[in-house]
Design a protein around this ligand. Sequence first.
Ligand SMILES: [Ca+2]
Ligand SMILES: [Ca+2]
Length: 319
Amino acid sequence: MVLKRCIAIVLVLMLALLCACSGGNQAANVESTHSLQPTESITDMPADITTTDITPTPTSTSADNADKYYREKYNITDETFTNIKQDNSFFFDIDGNGRMDEIIVLKSDTGDSMPRLMLIIENERGIASTQGFDYEPFGYKTQLADVDGDKQQEIVVNICVAMTGGWGGYLSKVFKYQDNKIVELFSSQNIIDIRFDTGFEGKFIDGKQFQVSNRFTGYKAKFKLLEEYGFYTADGKLPNDVDYTAMFDSFYTFEPVDIDNDGIYEISIAQYTSVNGHTDAQGAALSIIKYFPKNKEWKVIKATFVQTFDEANTAWWKN
Ligand SMILES: [Ca+2]
Ligand SMILES: [Ca+2]
């Protein structure tokens, strides 16, 4: 199984922006995670997933009819969720009762405002759905993994929502299907748009070095700067009036990984790290978060920093 991830890369040539997709196979050996992207073929699904019983699509392909069809079928009352299309659909026994559930991703192309996604689970007991959440057409990845240890799979979604800044903006979510409802276990942005804190801090320091630390794990390291910066004095000192504090962007990697092989999945995160308004890339801040169901809490349990971006896809936590 080949997993793909969409990374919006901004090459800061002043105003030049570029959005690109890159591939990776980090979870290729993980049997119980499954990946399906909107552009991937149905053969990417695990063998045990039924593909014959696909929900009938509307008889007419006109946008109005599709919108009406899905609105009625899934009882969508959200008026901001307009021009509805089905973007993706696959079958998996998500509640482990021996019967297939259909997992559906609906897309709303709203025209002027931010497009939205909605996740639906349909089975013999009815229909469960999320609220619409933001989306830009730069790609998203859906994976299944048990993060809370109840042997049922949660839905792990990473969505590229913007192509501005660093490696683009990502919205990362984990949903659990419980009591015929879809419950959000994790969101990288909270309702007032503050990002989940992975605990990293970093800054330029004297000696032309980048100092980075993680206050949750105690990780601390210094790196020689990748390039010369003119604002350092001749003897390598940083002027007092310059504040070069690092920014840690959204999660361009958000991958279920079972780092301790106990069957319960942790999540691997990578954040583009830069200083001085995204222009001075310093590397990737890597962390592992784990869900503690008793306290309904996510905690950072491992952290490191690398001066490349490729290493974000290797099993760095084994070191
Ligand atoms: Ca679970
Ligand atoms: Ca584990």
